[in-house]
Design a protein around this ligand. Sequence first.
Ligand SMILES: *[C@@H]1O[C@H](CO)[C@@H](O)[C@H](O)[C@H]1NC(C)=O
Ligand SMILES: *[C@@H]1O[C@H](CO)[C@@H](O)[C@H](O)[C@H]1NC(C)=O
Ligand SMILES: *[C@@H]1O[C@H](CO)[C@@H](O)[C@H](O)[C@H]1NC(C)=O
Ligand SMILES: *[C@@H]1O[C@H](CO)[C@@H](O)[C@H](O)[C@H]1NC(C)=O
Ligand SMILES: *[C@@H]1O[C@H](CO)[C@@H](O)[C@H](O)[C@H]1NC(C)=O
Length: 411
Amino acid sequence: MEKKRRMVGIWDVKHMFESSIIIFFIIGALATTAVYYVNSDEQDTSLPVTPSVNVYESLNGCDLFSGKWVYDNESYPLYKEAQCPYLPGEFSCGQYGRTDFKYQQWRWQPNGCNLPRFDAKVILRRLRGKRIIFVGDSVNRNQWLSMVCMLQSVIPLGLKKMQKVANVSLFTFKAFEYNVSIDFYWAPLLVESNADHPSKHKRIDRVINIQSIEKHAKNWVDADILVFNSYLWWGTPTLKILYGSFVDSEKYNIVSNHDGYKMVLEKWSNWLATHIDHKRTQSYFMSMTATHKRGIDWGMQGDGNCLNETEPVMKDNFWESGSDLKMMRILESTLDKLKARGVNVQLVNITQLTQFRKDGHPSIHRMFYSTLKAKQLSNPKRYADCTHWCLPGVPDTWNELILAYILQRLK
Ligand SMILES: *[C@@H]1O[C@H](CO)[C@@H](O)[C@H](O)[C@H]1NC(C)=O
Ligand SMILES: *[C@@H]1O[C@H](CO)[C@@H](O)[C@H](O)[C@H]1NC(C)=O
Ligand SMILES: *[C@@H]1O[C@H](CO)[C@@H](O)[C@H](O)[C@H]1NC(C)=O
Ligand SMILES: *[C@@H]1O[C@H](CO)[C@@H](O)[C@H](O)[C@H]1NC(C)=O
Ligand SMILES: *[C@@H]1O[C@H](CO)[C@@H](O)[C@H](O)[C@H]1NC(C)=O
């Protein structure tokens, strides 16, 4: 237990709260049996319909990202918080005092199709022999742990293992029976930066080395599936770009966060286009996720935030003011250019669906690394985490969506 905690516990954006922002069960004898959700406005029930060989193929052409949240306490949550031994304190909201659980019971309903019902065994069988690596920041780590929790419940003790790889920012979950590896690589800004240590990365100023991606990226080449993100750490208005060695470089430019993001994504694109075997490896990029820091966005009075929120926003196209659409456009244009070069990186557009979920964040129900000050305790809004997501919860849906893509493409 102690050991586990060390591996997945003591690290993260402990500081983002201080300063502004730093920061399954299918009834059926066969694997091919499927259960669809019923797309219905009045009913939240799910009924089994015709089994098919690859239920995921039926999703081809459907826009999975336009839709709505539907309350479904029959199918959700996909697992129980207490039954996932790998959940760290940052995401274990129930353990840290959250007593409302409705936030775990929402299903994402795309407008044009139905997502197949999640079945961990079916998915593990399909993933046999594959290695997935999530690369990015703490929100991506949040998603990685969601994926591990979604899949690990059907694997008996002794046939699975979580560990940190020595000297590398790499964490790996292995399911031995299936020969599946689900890994996380900490690289919040993708290229080398002063935020690279997986646990010691308190930095107010952001320094990156634009020329250095290989140090991280060499650890990604062996993946069958790559899932990137990079958003949170671009929240400062400017950053320092170094030219030359990270340790003693005196040459640097100060650039805006948007320019920096664009430059880094270009570097990342060039690396991806030249170092990855795209016949073997599927690549994905997760779009930015909403942070619910301004209650005024959803009609709250005063300076409230996600604290005490227990229901999603039910307004069409709701958009919270903290989401930087310009960053999204830079990402989209980068992925378009890659596509023109013959490299297909699927954008997993979860931005809108996260917008609605002001109820999904840990707020004060999580483990905090630094001791909270009296001033904070007297005003819990000040330290509420409205960036990350409780598990089980919203990231489980991101994984259902990404699995829909992965399984459509896996032969
Ligand atoms: C789901 O919610 C409905 C009404 O909210 C309740 O009557 C029912 O008992 C709940 N079912 C489960 C499995 O919790
Ligand atoms: C496990 O999967 C890897 C690819 O990730 C493959 O190289 C290896 O041969 C597989 N091992 C077994 C025992 O199937
Ligand atoms: C990890 O780093 C330490 C010190 O830098 C070194 O002594 C050790 O051999 C390294 N271990 C591995 C597995 O590379
Ligand atoms: C949040 O809920 C708690 C418990 O119901 C209450 O004491 C507190 O005042 C609420 N805080 C805000 C900011 O609404
Ligand atoms: C992703 O979603 C956002 C918000 O709904 C939208 O503005 C954007 O155009 C979408 N991007 C793509 C490539 O579908």
